[in-house]
Design a protein around this ligand. Structure first.
Ligand code: NPQ
Ligand code: MG
Length: 366
């Protein structure tokens, strides 16, 4: 497939409400979109890097820079989806930037062949269970109102963001109000240390599905130690950047569940490898989220339809984050999202809506 050029497009999307995690509060999503153009078709990719390097070392201006200076110029004249990974391999890190580029090429390529991303990846489901990530709030009543709203909308699993000072009490309050039947889990975004083990063990009585990334990103050994001190299963997010990391974490006993985010691991092909490694070891996976627009959401829903995705993901409906998405919105039906069946990622931005939120465009001729 010949690539004529690539557009880098920056958009600014206001969030429906501030989203607070242990690393900060976001009110707006500054997203980098890539549009790969070929003589016959085009393809879209969304870069999940945040404006600031708070979730990981990547941030959106750096992603745009490495794409225009190194990654895009390294693409071969004839590129299929597998060729992109090989061409980008010499460049260290920058997985979110690489993922966006590989996804845009993959989308264009699949549109050319008429195959859906879900079918290409090996999806076996036509809909996926929708979970929701609930931010840290100023008070317990405010949290309970938010959770009640999501349960009313049909979400089948609730994830509470936690940090020191906002952990046992919010979990207890949600259990007391909504009962033990609600599938519930927590995400610390690396906010604790191993010295907090006995405190984290206080979560054991609440029957949580898992605790996500309690300790630092680079601390697999300490996660393995923590796993022996608490009953709640440990799930890793930030720590897992590749299939090799997943294999290491599993053999160390650092986790029994993995959150797969294609952006964090360098793309959907690496995400599928992690799925395969985990499945072979009986480790459950689920699809994480990075407040994607409909572009990134569509591709995540396709991935979440693979057979190893046995836990509900952070694949929420569009309106969890955005009043107006740039694609036709993803909506819950009976607590599920429908897997797109059209060629490629199966959705496209609506031009007028895209233009309204665009802050910058840059065209790179290949
Ligand atoms: C997580 N996501 O699982 C992430 C973290 C996260 C849905 O909980 C802007 C962009 C703000 C990306 C806040 C969810 C974000 C972000 C949190 C990602 O750890
Ligand atoms: Mg997480």
């Amino acid at each position: 497939m010949k690539i004529t050029g690539i557009e880098l497009r920056r958009i600014a999307m206001p969030l429906v409400a501030p989203f607070r995690t242990s690393f900060g509060t976001e009110t707006r999503r500054d997203v980098l979109l890539l549009r790969v153009v070929t003589p016959d078709t085009e393809g879209w990719g969304e870069c999940v890097a945040m404006s600031a390097p708070l979730y990981s070392s990547e941030y959106v201006d750096a992603a745009a820079d490495v794409l225009r200076r190194f990654l895009i110029p390294a693409l071969p004249a004839q590129a299929d989806a597998y060729a992109v990974g090989r061409a980008l391999h010499p460049f260290k890190g920058h997985r979110m930037a690489k993922a966006a580029l590989e996804t845009a090429v993959l989308d264009a390529w699949l549109r050319g062949t008429g195959q859906s991303l879900a079918s290409f990846l090996g999806a076996t489901a036509d809909r996926v269970a929708a979970g929701v990530s609930v931010g840290i709030m100023d008070s317990i009543p405010e949290l309970l109102d938010a959770v009640a709203g999501y349960l009313d909308e049909g979400y089948v699993r609730i994830k509470l963001k936690i940090q020191p000072g906002w952990d046992v009490e919010p979990v207890r309050a949600v259990r007391e109000r909504f009962g033990d039947g609600v599938p519930l889990q927590v995400d610390a975004n690396a906010a604790y240390t191993l010295t907090d083990a006995s405190h984290l063990a206080r979560l054991d009585e609440f029957g949580l599905l898992l605790i996500e990334q309690p300790l630092a990103d680079d601390d697999l050994v300490q996660h393995a130690r923590l796993a022996r001190k608490i009953a709640t299963p440990i799930c890793l997010d930030e720590s897992i950047e590749s299939a090799e990391h997943a294999a290491a974490a599993i053999s160390l006993g650092a986790c029994s569940v993995v959150n797969i985010k294609p952006g964090r691991v360098g793309g959907y092909l690496e995400a599928r490898r992690i799925h395969d490694v985990c499945r072979a070891h009986g480790v459950a996976v689920w699809c994480g989220g990075m407040l994607e627009t409909g572009i990134g959401r569509a591709a995540n829903v396709a991935l979440a339809a693979l057979p190893g995705f046995t836990l509900p993901g952070d694949t929420s409906g569009s309106r969890r984050y955005y009043t107006t998405d740039i694609t036709p919105p993803f909506e819950l039906e009976d607590g599920h999202l429908t897997v797109p069946t059209g060629p490629g990622i199966g959705v496209e931005p609506i031009p007028a809506l895209l233009d309204e939120v665009t802050t910058d465009t840059e065209w790179i001729t290949l």
